[in-house]
Design a protein around this ligand. Sequence first.
Ligand code: NAD
Ligand code: TDX
Length: 331
Amino acid sequence: MKRILVTGGAGFIGSNFVRYVATNQSEIHITVLDKLTYAGNQANLPVSNKVELVVGDICDADLVERLVQKSDAVIHFAAESHNDHSLTNPAPFVQTNIVGTYTLIEACRKFDVRYHHVSTDEVYGDLALEDSQKFTPETPYNPSSPYAATKASSDLLVKAWVRSFGLRATISNCSNNYGPYQHIEKFIPRQITNILNGQRPKLYGDGKNVRDWIHVEDHSRAVWLILTNGQIGDTYLIGAEGEADNKTVLATILTLMQQSPEAYEPVADRPGHDLRYAIDATKLKEELGWQPQFTDFRSGLESTIEWYRKNRKWWEKEKIAVEKLYTQRKQ
Ligand code: NAD
Ligand code: TDX
């Protein structure tokens, strides 16, 4: 592979992936296609003559064809990614997540380009809090939110393009990511930046909902392995056995930031709030030899807190607007 196209490469996970490839595969030329929505930021990208940003929309078929044609592989991260926004305005989710994916896979089909589809564990719906089951590649799709439904739809398009057109594609469904460059609308950075600003963190409902946390760098390594060694047509689940309920995560952040673990504000719950996500990553581990390197969630959180402390300029301009939206939703 000499040239890759990374969609959504100016967002949280996409930019971490670009940094991972630029660092570990320095001979590869990376073109980032990103619309720079509120979630995209050029400053997230590493400065390198091997990394080029094209500002544009994945739904723009002409632009997508031009870029796909000169790429050896497409890694598709671009998405509308926030569940809470999908509950107030689903339209951009349908457009970007479904139509955008369709536009990309059509171009990959036309020029026979290898395609990797980055998806989420949310396509499987949720698990009961008390049960010990985990998601596997065989778990039936059962999405809850408009966001999850559009991601599920895009996965199904990819599966159909593999079967019907021989698209050379793989899919990965990952659990909740944390780490540097995550937008401050998301749970962990929202709470860290609230505390740094002297505001109380906000916990939805009773805080018993469980998420399966993985460091974004472990996700990037997994995507690279799947892209280079994965079985065409297969789905890989990515997770690092990082299950924790929201209240515990928040208490850990508060303690690491020298606050009382109870110094938070309970706010309105998310409608349709998924209870628990948990990933069985056996296939990824056994077939491709992947293992997470960030196995200590507490120390991963500590370095993430440090990143937001040191990079105040990166987030502080947006903070007021982000919190205003949450206040309107009583969250
Ligand atoms: P993000 O919101 O931080 O970044 C999304 C990026 O896509 C932004 O740079 C944005 O500008 C760009 N984008 C949006 N619409 C676009 C369009 N129409 N054309 C071109 N670019 C567009 O998202 P993220 O958290 O980095 O998630 C990246 C991918 O990983 C998504 O597909 C998401 O579903 C998936 N995922 C995320 C998580 C998580 O915990 N954040 C977990 C599993 C899977
Ligand atoms: O202020 C908050 N308080 C709170 O209790 C926020 C923003 C969230 N929460 C809860 C809701 C969830 O149970 O924290 C948990 C995590 O919330 P988000 O960060 O919004 O993530 P989630 O909805 O779980 O989805 C994330 O993981 C799967 C990503 O945003 C998705 O893009 C990914 O597919």
